[in-house]
Design a protein around this ligand. Structure first.
Ligand SMILES: C[S@@+](CC[C@H](N)C(=O)[O-])C[C@H]1O[C@@H](n2cnc3c(N)ncnc32)[C@H](O)[C@@H]1O
Length: 315
């Protein structure tokens, strides 16, 4: 009799700790409506890993596999595969994810990338201006789009600027390695990192719900940077900030033809000429465009326009 009572008590406690909530940020990749979440309380890695996200409109569930939640249009599909450019497929291979952080990424320093610690420090000077302490915690999160193995997500989580970091990437292999490194490099801050599989061209976040977006060394890896920037503009709340880094060519004139040829093969940009990057941002709908350049490394920052309240009631 006693053990029956204690079992009932444990079940009651489990019921209390599992809740259905509407976090208002994660959204269905199909209809872009906010998802409801059934799982433990809190927006952190453990809670999201044990949660099921549900789209009430499309009647679809997005469960976590314990590593990440798949919020791409390919979620729940086993046979269907999009035809992707080589440049995107490359990062989905396991071997690239395994050598990425210690080998591949370190080679960027030869091109002027100042290294992850400094890159995060530089980005934070812009990103922290998007934080509003008067907002609820789940609204002051940072989305690290194309996080790769999470080298920047882990560092952002360590700083006190954001309550949580969504580490998002299209590559399952990168997310698995990101998860492994979060476990290996144990630190209390790593719990702040929530892993989501997401396509930069179809971001699974509700419109106007995100304060800050960072994307390290990825603009040139996206199949359509202009669609991705439009998506980022959609998900940022007014006043929200985007910081992104990418490569500029070193020898402009010689590279015009090489670049065209490489773009043809990889199906992605590989690097940007500065004028095309400027145009991409200056026509994106984002404002206050700023740049930091070190050799071939460029960090760009832009903000979503604040719409004055008086503009809503157009006469
Ligand atoms: C060069 S890595 C950058 C990783 C990390 N942010 C860094 O700074 O090292 C580029 C990343 O972009 C991701 N990627 C490519 N296409 C994507 C897409 N459509 N949506 C989201 N991520 C994408 C790749 O999977 C890869 O992890």
């Amino acid at each position: 009799m006693r053990s029956l009572e204690s079992t009932q008590f444990i079940l009651f406690l489990a019921f209390l700790s599992f809740q259905t909530t509407s976090p208002r940020n994660l959204a269905c990749p199909t209809c872009l409506e906010p998802l409801s979440r059934h799982g433990p309380q809190g927006f952190n890695r453990a809670a999201i890993a044990k949660s099921i996200l549900r789209c009430q409109t499309c009647s679809k569930d997005f469960p976590s596999d314990g590593t990440f939640i798949d919020l791409t249009l390919g979620a729940n599909r086993s046979t269907w595969q999009e035809t992707l450019p080589i440049g995107v497929r490359l990062f989905r291979t396991k071997w690239i994810s395994l050598i990425y952080e210690e080998n591949w990424r370190k080679s960027f320093e030869k091109f002027g990338f100042p290294g992850p610690d400094r890159e995060v420090e530089l980005a934070e000077t812009f990103l922290q201006t998007a934080v509003d302490p008067s907002r609820p915690d789940e609204e002051n999160l940072l989305v690290d789009i194309s996080c790769g193995t999470g080298l920047h997500s882990r560092r952002f989580a360590k700083s006190a600027t954001f309550t949580a970091v969504v580490a998002a990437d299209f590559s399952e292999a990168m997310l698995i390695q990101c998860h492994a490194l979060l476990n290996e490099k144990q630190s209390p801050w790593n719990e702040k990192v929530v892993l989501v599989r997401a396509d930069a061209s179809r971001l699974p976040f509700a419109s106007g719900s995100i304060s800050a977006v960072y994307s390290g060394a990825a603009l040139h890896c996206w199949e359509s940077p202009s669609i991705a920037i439009a998506e980022i503009c959609r998900v940022l709340r007014p006043g929200g900030v985007l910081v992104a880094t990418t490569f500029l060519p070193r020898w402009k004139s010689k590279l015009q033809t090489t670049q065209k040829f490489m773009r043809l093969i990889f199906g992605t940009k590989i690097f940007f000429f500065e004028d095309e990057l400027d145009e991409l941002f200056e026509t994106s709908g984002l404002v206050s465009y700023q740049k930091i350049k070190i050799d071939s490394y460029i960090m760009v920052c832009a903000r979503k326009k604040q719409v004055p309240a008086s503009n809503y009631g157009v006469k």
